[in-house]
Design a protein around this ligand. Structure first.
Ligand SMILES: [Fe+2]
Length: 301
């Protein structure tokens, strides 16, 4: 297994102040309290220097997912395998590595156009996490589970089969679940493929078989208790933000969550109680239902 975790995302925003307010006051993330030369702002969840990088831009969309490898050897092996398979791998320069607080990284685009930053050697921030809304902790791993990353991302993958092979054969993710959710009569087939990294989180990255204007279907962050999810839902409703799915529980990762639209149009899932899996004896599943209960969806389109 290659990928250790999904370490961070970079988000392009036409209103970084609005994104920072959403991140801190609604999601409860901590403003890392710095702005870089390009005007980027940073949101923390744990002892990583940031999990979300919010960058000023002309359009709102996901810019990149950062995938962490355990060491230089794992990382170099994947970069070499990508190059051998004909993918264009761009080495990151030292200033850009510093900006991401990593030892080294390289950029590659998947067959559906999603940008990945492959890295190793992340620096840590030793200042305690103080959530502005009193979140006790974000679930990103501990001494027993190791680093489980910030949560998960679901990426658009209209070139579904080649993109799936790219991740499972080269990047180093494993298949968790292949979901064909029930669709209304006449609607195109919908498919979501869930993949895990080398940590117990049921999925770190998933692929959706349709394009998406925000370059991401949703991002997920996880807290420790149902009350913290409920209180976040109260904050969403008080702020009048668009709710994209009511409270519910997913079947495959057991996540009890709701979905809210962030400023600029990225959907964020906010949940607790995500399943942890021992991958040693795991057999990937094929699902035909996404939810145990709830999650009444009102995603645009
Ligand atoms: Fe999700």
């Amino acid at each position: 297994m290659g990928v250790a975790s999904i370490g961070y995302v970079r988000i392009a925003s036409t209103d970084t102040a609005a994104w920072m307010s959403f991140g801190t006051e609604i999601l409860g993330l901590m403003d890392a309290g710095r702005e870089d030369a390009a005007g980027a702002r940073f949101l923390r969840m744990d002892d990583h220097p940031f999990r979300f990088m919010i960058e000023p831009a002309e359009a709102d969309k996901l810019l990149a997912c950062g995938l962490e490898y355990r060491d230089r050897e794992d990382w170099q092996a994947v970069c070499d395998a990508l190059t051998a398979a004909g993918h264009f791998v761009t080495p990151g320069d030292s200033d850009e590595a510093k900006r991401r607080c990593v030892s080294n990284f390289a950029t590659v685009t998947d067959p559906s156009g999603n940008v990945l930053e492959l890295y190793y050697g992340r620096l840590l921030d030793y200042r305690p996490l103080v959530s502005p809304v009193g979140i006790s902790e974000f679930i990103t791993g501990d001494e027993s589970t190791g680093d489980m990353g910030f949560g998960h991302a679901v990426l658009p993958a209209p070139h579904t089969e080649t993109t799936l092979s790219f991740y499972t054969d080269i990047i180093g993710l494993g298949l968790s679940d292949d979901l064909y959710p029930p669709m209304p009569e006449g609607a195109p087939e919908s498919r979501v493929i869930f993949m895990h990294a080398d940590n117990p989180r049921q999925h770190s990255l998933a692929l959706y078989n349709q394009p998406h204007p925000a370059a991401v279907v949703h991002l997920m962050v996880e807290v420790a208790t149902l009350d913290e999810v409920g209180m976040a839902l109260d904050r969403v409703q008080k702020a009048g933000l668009p709710l994209l799915a009511t409270l519910g529980r997913h079947i495959n990762d057991n996540m009890c969550s709701f979905y809210v639209l962030a400023p600029g149009g990225i959907a964020v899932e906010y949940g607790y109680d995500g399943l942890l899996v021992n991958w040693d004896n795991y057999v990937p599943t094929v699902s035909t239902e996404g939810d145990v209960w709830g999650h009444e969806y009102s995603f645009p389109g």
